[in-house]
Design a binder for this molecule. Structure first.
Ligand code: EPU
Length: 336
């Protein structure tokens, strides 16, 4: 177990915001987590459990307890002729898990290559990319209830997954800490190559294999998304808005080439990056923050930015998209 007082959170958030935590505790076992929650947490006014810090924006020093999992176990818990069930502890780096699955020839998570963050947070956020969401491979989530210090199993249904959403972000927010996630992977992978030009891009790297899909996704992500080690960011800053069919048709009549995804007969999803680019924000810098020049959905810290500066730019962009398109953008990033 690691315990630090008045410590920098620079290494704990991919936006590279230089704030301090009153106390930071990292645990290696569930027993240590129970001891932290039972004995330490009540001493503080505020508490947050973080993962890789890839979806957080710290607005100021955190005057409370920050808790982080160092539990890094991966174990096969069941298998049959077709599938393998793998239980993964919360502190495993998400992409290390993807690499492990691809190396074993197990399909299901290869399209989620290089997404930053850790396994526990992946199940809170329902991370997704290139036509796959993590809910597609989750079968069970194990968590610790903060109030009772008792373990609780969540079936897939009980997790109430939606687009970048789960019960852990909504009605049970702050009530449970995820300890392990069980994933079901396929021994004979069913490749998911329907997203945009993914199949053609994979074929440029050779045959369709798990390793080539992973390689291609990494190439695509690296070409569009900034490396947080070089340029602080939290991936997509906004979610792609779902709008009514009426509003969609109104915008489409003015912008016939607008990309869009079918949601239902009454709703369409429009890429927020497209709306932001059309509003003139792509590549624009204001003080220490900017809209990424290769993907307008990403806000970057050009160095020394505060959380307040990031929010100010995000709010201006939201207003601009609302004025021009009548569409409300919601942040995917959580403000702390
Ligand atoms: N687009 C623009 N301008 C931009 C960015 C995008 O016109 O600056 C257009 C693209 O040309 C394309 C469409 O918008 O037609 C969609 O772009 P892209 O495929 O890059 O995906 P996205 O909708 O911008 C989503 C996820 C990403 C995920 C990609 C790939 C959200 C909020 N974002 O982005 O997730 O990697 O699809 O599946 O759903 C993340 O959550 O941090 C993240 C990066």
């Amino acid at each position: 177990m690691i315990k630090k007082h008045n410590t920098s959170l620079l290494a704990f958030n991919t936006f590279n915001i230089d704030v301090k935590a009153k106390c930071l505790m990292e645990y290696d076992t569930v027993e240590e987590l129970i001891s932290i929650v039972g004995n330490e947490l009540p001493k503080f006014n505020r508490f947050i459990h973080i993962g890789g810090g890839s979806n957080l924006l710290f607005m100021s020093d955190f005057d409370g307890l920050v808790v982080h999992s160092l539990m890094k176990g991966i174990a096969v818990v069941d298998e049959d002729d077709d599938s393998v069930w793998v239980e993964v502890q919360s502190g495993v780096v998400w992409d290390d898990f993807v690499e492990y699955c691809v190396a074993n020839g197990w399909g299901g998570v290869e399209n989620l290559s290089l997404i930053p963050g850790e396994v526990g947070a992946s199940a809170v956020q329902n991370i997704g990319a290139y036509g796959v969401e993590v809910k597609d491979v989750i079968t069970l989530v194990n968590a610790l209830e903060i109030a009772s210090l008792q373990p609780k199993e969540f079936s897939l249904d009980a997790c109430e997954y939606g687009y970048r959403d789960s019960v852990f972000k909504s009605k049970l927010k702050g009530k449970y800490i995820i300890t392990t996630v069980v994933f079901k992977l396929e021994k004979t992978p069913k490749f998911q190559l329907g997203y945009q030009h993914l199949e053609a891009e994979v074929l440029q790297n050779g045959e369709v294999t798990l390793a080539n899909i992973r390689k291609t996704i990494i190439q695509i992500r690296e070409s569009k998304l900034p490396d947080p080690k070089l340029l602080g960011n939290a991936g997509s800053f906004f979610m792609n808005p779902v709008v009514s069919k009426d509003l969609f048709l109104k915008i489409q009549s003015q912008y016939p080439t607008m990309p869009h995804y079918y949601v239902s007969d009454t709703e369409e999803k429009i890429p927020a990056g497209w709306l932001i680019e059309q509003s003139g924000w792509k590549g624009k810098q204001v003080g220490n923050v900017a809209v990424h020049d290769k993907q307008a959905l990403v806000i970057v810290n050009k160095g020394g930015a505060t959380g307040g500066e990031v929010v100010q730019l995000a709010t201006t962009i939201q207003q601009s998209v609302l004025d021009i398109f009548g569409v409300t953008l919601s942040a995917e990033v959580n403000y702390v």
